[in-house]
Design a protein. Structure first.
Length: 112
């Protein structure tokens, strides 16, 4: 099973995908084929695991056991960024004026 998409199948046989989807028999066969393909892939993954593939062991642990890589992040510096709160305004011009005033206030705070 190569897990083709419905679009790929429609293109290969030369029909519009909507035409293909209108046939319930196609959808039944397609879904059954997708499930068979997934089972085949899973079978191959388990076989790789049994042959000692540690990468597959880790991957299956993540998929079935909720295991995950741990990512610890430490921050050692000082946070120096500031957030400027600008009130809602009636027009873009009013908003720009309020933003400019907020920037000026922030610069004054930083200087003192």
């Amino acid at each position: 099973m190569i897990q083709c998409t419905q679009q790929e199948i429609a293109s290969f046989i030369g029909v519009d995908i909507n035409t293909l989807r209108q046939h319930s028999e196609f959808l039944t066969i397609y879904n059954k084929g997708q499930d068979a393909g997934k089972m085949s892939l899973r079978r191959k993954q388990w076989a790789a695991l049994e042959r000692g593939n540690t990468t597959m062991l880790i991957w299956l642990g993540k998929q079935y056991l909720g295991q995950r890589d741990r990512h610890d992040v430490e921050h050692g510096g000082e946070v120096t960024s500031k957030v400027i709160t600008v009130p809602m305004a009636e027009s873009l011009g009013d908003w720009e004026q309020a933003a400019t005033q907020a920037q000026k206030r922030l610069r004054e705070e930083v200087r003192h």
